[in-house]
Design a binder for this molecule. Structure first.
Ligand code: UDP
Length: 237
């Protein structure tokens, strides 16, 4: 079923399948940060992220948000729709952290009254510079309508995730979405996991996401396992 690799990114490898409309996305244990400059591995990271992503994609589908998710083919391999990725990272921000506190005079921990949507051009070479609709159209990577649609989808997904994660004991300062085109529609692609979200434990304020690795703040595998225990308890039964 799994055929040759089409693309190997920093944390996932995408394989072809017998069906040209479907790919397999394998979540690996490798970790990178700072545009690939810092590298490591964490035991079971791929498995936990794949299971968390699966659960979130299923929940979004139930809420009427289309995603590329089809089904799991193993613990860390997901069958997905083959999409044309739009190279824009769409980042809903609820609490200031990370790059927004470095690029602008905004203090970490500032709670935004209105969700801030940041769009960055996905490029290690250019260090993910800011993107907007005019630059996207000038570069020919998306239309005005697509940018507006991604923005409104991102706001809706954010609302769903904030409420869902709050019940699991997490604050969601920010997270990154990628979208792809398939059969004339725009769907959520890539992953939504501990690698692509900032998740803070509501009672302790501890990071339970990739910041543990970025800033050597603690045991990443243990934290991802705890996130998985709250989001996908069924895999521990
Ligand atoms: N993010 C991601 N991939 C990237 C850049 C960011 O998944 O290439 C996620 C990151 O985990 C965080 C959010 O997007 O949840 C915002 O990241 P930010 O722009 O603050 O960059 P960072 O501080 O992580 O460098």
């Amino acid at each position: 079923m799994r055929k040759e690799a089409l693309y190997s990114g920093k944390a996932k490898t995408i394989y072809k399948t017998d069906d040209p409309k479907q790919y397999i996305s394998e979540f690996r244990d490798s970790l990178t940060a700072f545009d690939g400059k810092k590298k490591s591995e964490a035991a079971n990271k791929g498995y936990f992220n794949a299971q968390i992503s699966k659960k979130i994609f299923e929940m979004l589908e139930e809420e009427g948000i289309p995603t590329h998710y089809i089904e799991m083919v193993s613990g860390n391999e997901m069958l997905v729709r083959a999409v044309e990725i739009i190279p824009i990272e769409v980042i809903p921000r609820n609490i200031a952290a990370g790059s927004i506190t470095r690029r602008y005079p905004i203090k970490e921990g500032t709670v935004f009254k209105r969700t801030v949507i940041v769009m960055d051009y996905k490029s290690d070479e250019y260090a993910d510079p800011m993107m907007n609709e005019d630059i996207a159209v000038a570069m020919g990577i998306a239309t005005y309508e697509e940018i507006a649609h991604m923005r409104s989808m991102a706001l809706k997904i954010n609302e769903i995730l904030v409420e869902y994660l709050d019940k699991k004991g997490f604050a969601l300062p920010d997270f990154k979405l990628e979208f792809g085109r398939v059969d004339g529609e725009i769907v959520v692609a890539d992953e939504i996991s501990c690698d692509t979200c900032r998740l803070w434990d509501k009672s302790t304020g501890q990071s339970m996401d990739k910041d543990l690795f970025r800033f050597d703040k603690g045991d990443l595998s243990k934290a991802y396992e705890e996130v998985a225990r709250r989001i996908v308890p069924e895999i521990f039964e």
